[in-house]
Design a binder for this molecule. Structure first.
Ligand code: DQA
Length: 143
């Protein structure tokens, strides 16, 4: 089973960025643990601060991978183009947020990607990604 994790803008700064909101662990450190936990699954990781690069990665993996875990960061709340990219592909996409976006500012309550995703996991810290892998395993079954 092949899963692509895509992180959007500012998520390269996890561990340093607003640790009271996003925690103090870097994504690289977390990814190592995630790969150990799901050792039978090929977990590929991509991060970009650029909207078009995120769209390109969705296109590139969206017909070939078994699923995509997407934390689009602030593009979640603004990007119709990322929403359209998710609609265009066949792989199931799980929307992920580290923080609980619904307990934060109102502009974070709007998502342009949720309606195209299988589901959303928000508010469980880094563990949101692990829950998303489990959700994909349930959806797809082990391949
Ligand atoms: C986020 C929530 C977004 O509102 C924010 O812009 C982010 C991170 C999260 O993981 O909690 O960059 O997606």
């Amino acid at each position: 089973m092949k899963i692509q994790i895509i992180n959007g803008p500012n998520l390269n700064l996890l561990g340093k960025r607003e640790p009271e909101v996003y925690g103090s662990q870097s994504f690289d450190a977390y990814l190592m643990l995630l790969k150990e936990k799901f050792s039978s699954i090929q977990l590929n990781y991509f991060q970009s601060n650029i909207e078009g690069e995120i769209i390109d990665k969705i296109h590139e993996t969206g017909f070939d991978y078994d699923g995509i875990i997407l934390n689009a960061g602030a593009y979640t709340h603004t990007s119709i183009a990322i929403g359209d990219a998710i609609k265009a592909i066949s792989a199931p996409v799980i929307e992920v947020h580290i923080s609980n976006v619904y307990s934060r500012e109102e502009f974070r309550h709007v998502s342009h990607i949720s309606s195209s995703c299988k589901g959303t996991i928000s508010g469980f810290g880094m563990n949101s990604y692990s829950l998303a892998v489990s959700a994909l395993i349930e959806i797809i079954g082990t391949k």
